[in-house]
Design a protein around this ligand. Structure first.
Ligand code: SF4
Ligand code: SF4
Length: 366
């Protein structure tokens, strides 16, 4: 069992974030013993969409920059990257748009770190995996000596919670994520896939930016929630379990963490995980609002609903829907509900927060 470090950080002032995060890594993680000059570090930051940092969808640039400078101070070469969930695919143009909006270009200019523009992918194999032994991943991670999962503290409509483990779904290149959603349309199968991916990536360090998290209809249509927390661990499952507990979610209610427990990757005795830094009992944080629908009761059939007042008919949801359940006709979004696999990619990628998840079914949304 490894430690989870938890610290208060009251805002995104860079000097403060750097001071808190570097101290937290030094006091929580064993990674320092493994680093060597010239080691290649890849920071898989949560850069799911081209949103600005104030939206709390992506990992904040102050946090990513503090991770970059930590490893640069050890003589490592650092690359930031992600394969965003953009319906246009994993392309240099998509990456350029995302890096610019999320503040990563600014970090690269300030620190001289690299931004990943390699859009190739490779098939990798892990015989210990349960659901997927062969996984197609972005090539950039296979060239790294150390991979860091830099996640955001958020609730998630499909998986209830997203942290360091779910963040690693971003190593699946572009639109292939849609196919994985389609092939693993049952929650348990998708959760098993997320654990398989995490086991292959094997992040050397995981960090959650919880200074401002997202509650409600995360991972992108929820509300910002100021939590003033940074969390660090060498174990992504333990990190997510403690983060979930802090925001009021029982780790056993998160299918991904339950799967990790079943594989003995995470203890069932969450209270026995050693905590460094803040005493959890002294964190006075109200529980995060849950998504309008979460998969706690998987008997509920919850379908997306589209708000015509907010919809700009941009078509992102149509291009992002794995089973092609959505289409535009007569200037309206139409919906084949019998095809929907409840992955909520449409809600995640809608730039106008025009999609909600409801507990009843309609054949035509508007
Ligand atoms: S619902 Fe959202 S993603 Fe879909 S077309 Fe309308 S604005 Fe675009
Ligand atoms: S309509 Fe939305 S929730 Fe349903 S399958 Fe398509 S993207 Fe997933």
């Amino acid at each position: 069992m490894q430690s989870v470090g938890v610290a208060l950080c009251e805002g995104y002032d860079y000097q403060r974030v750097e001071e808190v995060l570097h101290h937290l890594i030094d006091t929580t993680s064993q990674i320092n013993d493994k680093l060597y000059p010239g080691a290649k570090v890849f920071i898989k930051a949560n850069l799911a969409r081209p949103d600005t940092p104030d939206k709390a969808v992506t990992c904040h640039p102050s946090v990513v920059k503090a991770i970059v400078t930590y490893f640069q101070s050890k003589g490592c070469t650092v690359t930031i990257g992600d394969s965003p969930g953009a319906p246009h695919g994993f392309s240099k143009k998509t990456l350029d748009t995302v890096y610019r909006a999320t503040g990563m270009m600014q970090i690269a200019a300030e620190t001289q770190c690299e931004l990943n523009y390699d859009v190739s992918s490779v098939k990798v194999y892990n015989k210990k995996n349960v659901r997927m032994k062969d996984i197609q991943v972005i090539s950039a991670i296979t060239n790294a000596d150390f991979i860091i999962s830099a996640a955001k503290l958020k609730t998630h409509a499909m998986m209830r919670f997203t942290g360091a483990v779910k963040n690693l779904f971003g190593v699946i290149p572009g639109r292939l994520k849609m196919q994985y959603h389609l092939e693993m349309s049952k929650y348990i199968h998708f959760a098993q896939t997320l654990v398989d991916i995490c086991e292959y990536v094997n992040p050397a360090l995981s960090i959650i930016d919880g200074i401002v998290g997202m509650e409600g209809n995360g991972p992108s249509a929820g509300d910002c929630c100021q939590s003033n927390l940074l969390l660090v661990s060498d174990n992504p499952y333990e990190l997510d379990a403690i983060a979930a507990k802090i925001i009021g979610i029982n780790p056993e209610d998160i299918t991904v963490l339950k799967e990790a427990m079943n594989r003995d990757l995470l203890t069932k005795e969450i209270k026995e995980i050693p905590i460094k830094g803040l005493d959890l009992d002294k964190i006075n944080l109200r529980p995060f609002k849950a998504p309008d629908f979460s998969n706690l009761n998987q008997e509920i059939i919850a379908l997306p609903e589209f708000n015509s007042d907010l919809c700009s008919l941009c078509g992102q949801c149509v291009r992002s829907c794995p089973p092609r359940a959505l289409y535009i006709e007569e200037n309206r979004i139409k919906f084949k509900s019998n095809k929907c696999i409840r992955c909520y990619c449409c809600q995640e990628l809608c730039p106008n927060s025009a999609i909600e998840i409801e507990k009843y079914q309609r054949n035509v949304i508007f």
